[in-house]
Design a protein around this ligand. Structure first.
Ligand code: VAH
Length: 311
């Protein structure tokens, strides 16, 4: 049985759908702070759960006979900058609750993601290597780097089967844009689909590595299903797909939505966060170790996003 923590989030929403398709609705227990829509509730088991409530967490694990956990609970980069200590506490204490469950043998395998936010201003920005300088300058990035190292520690010291990916910015249509710095690339599609212009909070040439959600889900389930001996890196793997600037993305959208325009009159503090992140990722190790390979090109993503948002 699988428990998805943060099932109403950007990744969690798509991940629950894909896991239920692969393993059957009743084998995937969704959980989040608040219940989803009635339609989503009807799909399969849901538990209202605060990942910081270790007593309730243990109850849910026992009640459903959970043996695998996908931990997608985190306060994202821009939001955590507004409340640093709450961001650190949520991101780390929720992780420790589950590391301890793994150490005590209550769960056999856990997925906990890192992010390109774990890199920082002194990290090489082009084809950022798997092993390199990592000096994250945001609460979120610091928590992701620390979490990577704790997962590696619990694997080495206690033999826990922990796996993770350094997600680039993720683009999807099933949930509204969240508190992420990369969420401009989600919001822009919502505006274009409504025939509105977009006022971008990143500067027009801010290049970032990005990935379409179906590929992020493929990588997530892919690393969790890989034989343990193939998962040689237990901090988190670099994974990439494509990179673009707001200007390049806007031009591709304009081709599909004539007259669509993006204005760069709303650039804010999130641009400085993005300036400290890589522009492209070297994910050779994921490709070599467990056969990672993205499916969507940038152009295919643009078309699929608009097709789903215009529907
Ligand atoms: C954020 N979407 O912007 C997340 C992600 C790399 C960015 O971690 O905070």
């Amino acid at each position: 049985k699988i428990l998805v923590l943060g099932s109403s989030g950007q990744i969690g929403t798509d991940l629950v759908d894909s896991l239920r398709e692969a393993y059957g609705n009743d084998n995937v227990i969704a959980s989040d702070l608040k219940a989803p829509s009635a339609e989503r509730l009807a799909q399969g088991p849901f538990e209202q759960l605060d990942a910081l409530d270790d007593k309730k967490v243990f109850e849910v694990i026992k009640k459903h006979g959970i043996n695998q956990v996908y931990h997608l609970v985190a306060m994202l980069s821009a939001t955590a900058e507004k409340m640093p200590l709450r961001g650190w506490d949520l991101n780390m204490r929720s992780l420790f609750n589950f590391l301890e469950l793994a150490r005590e043998g209550h769960i056999s395998k856990m997925y906990w993601p890192s992010s390109i936010a774990a890199f920082g201003p002194n990290t090489p920005v082009e084809a950022t290597p798997q092993y390199t300088v990592m000096d994250p300058g945001t609460v979120y990035g610091i928590s992701k780097l620390a979490g990577e190292l704790w997962c590696d520690y619990y694997h080495k010291k206690y033999g826990c089967d922990l796996r993770g990916l350094r997600y680039p910015g993720l683009i999807s249509w099933k949930t509204e844009p969240g508190g992420g710095t990369t969420d401009y690339a989600v919001d822009i599609f919502h505006k274009a689909a409504k025939g509105e212009d977009y006022h971008c909070f990143l500067s027009e040439n801010r290049r970032l590595p990005m990935m379409y959600m179906p590929d992020a889900i493929k990588a997530t389930i892919g690393i969790m299903e890989a034989p343990a001996e193939q998962v040689k890196i237990r901090t988190s793997y670099n994974v990439g797909a494509f990179s673009f600037t707001p200007r390049e993305l806007s031009a591709l959208i304009e081709k599909e939505v004539p007259g669509f325009q993006t204005f760069y009159d709303a650039v804010d503090s999130r641009d400085a966060i993005a300036a400290g992140w890589p522009q492209s990722i070297d994910d050779q190790r994921a490709k070599q170790d467990w056969g990672w390979q993205p499916d969507f090109s940038l152009e295919a993503m643009v078309k699929d996003m608009l097709a789903n948002l215009k529907a």
